[in-house]
Design a protein around this ligand. Structure first.
Ligand code: FE2
Length: 325
């Protein structure tokens, strides 16, 4: 059973193919964001121009033919509306032509599931950190099997916060790895630290860091911003681990590519004898393989949705999704 997964929730258009849980192809094309951020309509235009290119490349790489595809998964949400719409349209069209099930996948569930799959974890707590999302989630059985949100950002995602800082500091490219590089030479200066139980906020920290750029070195501000934000995530995650008694921790999503965040979470896990894992970087960034993987699990669990009404949803909450596998 081969499944095609299409990801288009933000700046990446991805097409991945899996077969029996094995990733056969993972083609990604990324909108060049440079230092300017994203205008959704322009990104959607980029996606629409790259649909055929990415899907054809994935089919060639996987050495399958279109008739081998038994289901088509796409990112239903959350994400940017115009971008989600392109992936949905592509998936719906192909599922109609080839008469195979159309499977709506939650983007956050896909990030967690590919990391769970890579580490063979059974019941992990997951810290899901990306541009638009920052949540601490874990499986709960009631009222139905789903990823319960124990804690989350009360304002913006940690990745968005770091990217906004990088743009304000005129870094190029303006994203996390550039901030991490600048932080290597920095030392700590005090910044606002806001954890409320297992929730956290980042806008106060961002405003403070941008204003400190006027009189502190970029290295010191970058270092302190990163240490403060990641410490907040670690404190909230440690509290959730103690509350849930889960014995495995995953970090996933775009910000899971940060070595420093992994190092800090690893230290938390070591202190409590908890297993720690993450997926290879290729699968922490947005990608189509994770969508294919979850779509294949949905098919296997009998969640066949032939309805074309599934559509896309910008606010498709992770805790509304039934995890039937
Ligand atoms: Fe993502």
């Amino acid at each position: 059973m081969a499944v095609l997964g299409i990801e288009s929730s933000a700046h990446t258009f991805g097409a991945g193919i899996t077969e029996k849980g094995k990733i056969l192809a993972n083609e990604v094309l990324m909108f060049p964001i440079a230092g300017k951020g994203m205008i959704p309509a322009k990104v959607a235009d980029f996606h629409s121009k790259n649909v055929a290119r990415a899907i054809n490349a994935a089919i060639r790489k996987a050495k399958v033919t279109a008739s081998d595809i038994d289901g088509i998964g796409y990112t239903k949400g959350p994400g940017l509306g115009p971008c989600l719409g392109i992936g949905y349209l592509a998936a719906r069209t192909l599922s109609g032509i080839y008469r195979v099930p159309l499977l709506p996948v939650n983007h956050g569930v896909a990030h967690i599931e590919i990391a769970r799959h890579a580490n063979r974890f059974r019941d992990p707590l997951a810290l899901y950190v990306s541009g638009g999302n920052s949540q601490i989630v874990g499986l709960e059985e009631k009222p139905f099997r789903h990823y319960h949100i124990y804690g989350e950002t009360l304002d913006i995602g940690v990745g968005n916060m770091i990217d906004s800082f990088a743009r304000a500091a005129k870094m190029n490219p303006a994203w996390g790895s550039t901030v991490a590089k600048a932080a290597e030479s920095g030392s700590y200066i005090q910044m606002p630290y806001t954890v409320k139980g297992m929730d956290f906020t980042f806008t106060g920290l961002l405003t403070n860091a941008i204003s400190q750029l006027k009189w502190q070195s970029v290295g010191d501000v970058a270092f302190s911003l990163q240490e403060t934000a990641f410490s907040m995530l670690c404190e909230a995650t440690e509290r959730a681990l103690m509350l849930t008694n889960k014995r495995e921790l995953l970090v996933c999503g775009g910000v899971a590519q940060s070595k420093r965040l992994r190092e800090m979470l690893h230290a938390v896990c070591m202190a409590h004898g908890i297993k720690f894992g993450y997926a290879p970087n290729e699968y922490n960034a947005d990608n189509g393989a994770m969508i294919a993987l979850v779509a294949e699990k949905m098919l296997g669990a009998g969640q066949r949705r032939h309805s074309i009404k599934q559509g896309a949803s910008q606010r498709y909450r992770i805790d509304s999704v039934e995890i039937a596998w």
